[in-house]
Design a binder for this molecule. Structure first.
Ligand SMILES: [Zn+2]
Length: 176
């Protein structure tokens, strides 16, 4: 049997969890509308054993995704994200070896992926809000966290959108 992660059809994967949740939408497609969409997303993010593959998990994720989209449109629109964050918290403990642990605790496991995604977004904001960016291609809605040294990443994927943009520029130049 093929592994679920291998069924992930999305053009951009591997971004931090919050952006990976946003990247379940691309062009005219949506991962969560496809068969096994939720199971695939959970597998892609190593969450298969931590959250149930049930409609309630998807509902919570869609709430978190809408909250993130609202924030991308207006950074002051914090209410929806805070509502998602209200479903969990971080429990800090110290183990017998003297190591500190941060353990996410949610009221219901169906909220874990959504809560983790919201929490991840806070982490990205702390690291550098300007590095959370949409692909520069006008027909691409994918989002990435720019980890490049110079902070100049423009494309979700150079091979795909970067080259499409280059080809379009070339075409316009050739025409004029
Ligand atoms: Zn793109």
């Amino acid at each position: 049997m093929e592994a679920l992660v291998d069924l992930d059809p999305r053009p951009l994967r591997g971004e931090p969890l919050s952006l990976d949740l946003l990247n379940t939408r691309w062009h005219d497609e949506q991962l969560f509308q496809q068969p096994q969409g939720l199971a695939i997303w959970l597998a892609s993010n190593g969450l298969t054993d931590r959250a149930p593959d049930v409609p309630e998990t998807l509902d919570a994720l869609l709430q978190a995704r809408a909250a993130l989209l609202a924030l991308r449109a207006d950074p002051r629109d914090t209410a929806a994200l805070n509502a998602v964050l209200a479903h969990g918290r971080i429990r800090r403990t110290l183990d017998a070896e003297g190591l500190p642990h941060d353990e996410p605790e949610v009221v219901d496991p169906v909220w874990l992926p959504a809560w983790l995604a919201a929490d991840d977004y806070l982490r990205l904001l702390a690291r550098g809000p300007a590095r959370i960016r949409e692909c520069a291609h006008d027909r691409c809605i994918l989002t990435f966290f720019d980890t490049s040294q110079n902070g100049r990443r423009r494309w979700c994927d150079m091979a795909h959108c970067g080259n499409r943009a280059k080809a379009a520029r070339h075409y316009t130049k050739a025409k004029s």
